[in-house]
Design a protein around this ligand. Structure first.
Ligand SMILES: Nc1ncnc2c1ncn2[C@@H]1O[C@H](COP(=O)(O)OP(=O)(O)OP(=O)(O)O)[C@@H](O)[C@H]1O
Ligand SMILES: [Mg+2]
Length: 409
């Protein structure tokens, strides 16, 4: 969640290999000076007490979370990131007290790794942002725990895990995501970013990548991890100056070179993620042939070449998209990846373009699935079972789980 540790990131479902996090060593985080006199910066202007008091989420006792995750049992681990491990747990829907596994609602409990040095700031940023924001494309933060040196965050459980797992996990039991599901996820994630950029004190997410896009049982995308999020520039300022932090392969070139952060930095990261979604290839992969390690560098020359653009697309899509849609999608990626931030569209424009990209059939199908899931409601954090009269919903839900682990069942 936006922290740089020189350690390997291990995920119980997917090994990403080398830790791709970075933080600049020479630049200074100018957050304090930039936000002087305004109520824009998370850390500079609101004290921990103010943030915790004003958040409307529950403060959990450590013992409650210990009980709900069966003492943080290793077989409850959903995944692991820079912040620490994420555990599956159970709480009572009404009282939010720990409940017996299998009863109440399912939660995901993220526990800060105590060896981490920068975790507290990110933990607080998550509460500051997610504790106040609410949007269908942002993951719900249900509560937190601050007790002695324990720092935990409690989220709604996302049954299909992260988009990273769905895109890059290989195995005979894993079907590739269909074109319509990929477009649905891209649109949902774009809406999440557009929402952040559109709020009164605009928010720059700064850590947009496929592992931070979580998926509900209907492939609705929800952004998680606001540890690196920053308030956007205020007044006549064009950018926020920060220490460069994020994940290799996703950060905008001007942000990397100058530390100048704008909403257009997120748009660039969206372009990288969209390219990953279209190609099924990771942003950085040293196992690819020489000259192809960096996805953007490799793909860019093809994106505006009508005859060669198809080389970029994931062969596992097997032509589910029309050539026209493929070209439109390539054009969106290319614009988001413009070197000059001024030439990039804003996220509202990206949302509009992605909406147009969805075929009418797909849109109707996705809307139908959403309506059905709303009607059915959830019990125990899982969708209720579907009858045979709902073929579309059943088909999408028949997609492979992100992990062979029963935790994602
Ligand atoms: N709310 C959730 N519901 C279900 N699974 C989750 C949830 N939050 C996280 N996970 C799982 O835990 C994994 C680790 O999440 P985490 O956000 O800590 O790290 P990450 O995003 O993979 O990496 P990074 O630290 O670089 O952001 C995710 O990839 C996902 O599989
Ligand atoms: Mg994450």
């Amino acid at each position: 969640m936006g922290i740089c540790w020189s350690r390997y990131k291990v995920d119980s479902q997917f090994h990403t290999g080398e830790d791709s996090r970075y933080v600049s060593r020479d630049a200074h985080d100018n957050s304090n000076t930039d936000s002087k006199g305004s109520s824009t910066s998370v850390s500079a202007t609101r004290s921990e007490g103010e943030i915790l008091q004003s958040s409307k989420i529950k403060s959990f006792a450590f013992s409650e979370l210990k009980n709900s995750t069966r003492n943080f049992r290793p077989d409850s681990v959903l995944g692991e990131g820079g912040f620490g491990s994420v555990f599956k747990g159970w709480i009572d829907e009404q009282s939010l007290a720990a409940s017996k596994p299998g009863t109440g609602i399912v939660i995901a409990v993220k526990r800060l790794n105590k060896e981490g040095l920068q975790g507290h700031k990110e933990w607080l940023a998550e509460i500051n942002y997610l504790g106040q924001l609410s949007h269908p494309n942002l993951v719900k933060l249900l509560g937190y725990c601050l007790e002695d040196d324990h720092r935990l965050l409690v989220y709604e459980f996302m049954p299909k895990g992260s988009m990273e797992n769905h895109l890059f996990r290989r195995g005979s039991s894993f079907q590739p995501l269909s074109w319509s599901v990929r477009m649905k996820v891209a649109l949902g994630a774009a809406r999440g970013l557009a929402f952040l950029h559109g709020v009164a004190n605009q928010i720059i997410y700064r850590d947009f990548k496929t592992s931070n896009i979580l998926l509900d049982s209907n492939f609705n995308a929800k952004l998680s991890d606001f540890g690196l999020a920053r308030d956007g520039p205020t007044g006549d300022k064009s950018h926020v100056s920060t220490r460069v932090m994020g994940t290799y392969g996703y950060a905008a070139p001007e942000y990397l070179s100058s530390g100048h952060l704008t909403t257009k930095s997120d748009v660039y990261s969206f372009g990288v993620v969209f390219l990953e979604i279209l190609s099924g290839k990771k942003a950085i992969d040293k196992n690819r042939p020489k000259g192809e390690h960096n996805l953007v560098d490799w793909a860019k020359p093809y994106l505006n070449n009508k005859r060669k653009v198809f080389r970029v697309f994931d062969p596992r899509l097997e032509g589910q998209h029309s050539p026209k849609r493929a070209l439109q999608a390539a054009e969106i990626a290319l614009q988001c990846l413009s070197m000059d931030p001024k030439l990039r569209p804003n996220m509202d424009e990206v949302v509009t373009a992605l909406e147009q990209l969805q075929s009418r059939k797909d849109k109707a199908k996705n809307d139908q699935i959403d309506v059905q899931s709303n009607r059915q409601g959830y019990s125990n954090g899982e969708p209720k079972s579907r009858g045979s009269t709902e073929p579309e919903a059943a088909r999408v839900n028949a997609y492979p789980r992100p992990s062979a682990s029963p935790l994602y069942s």
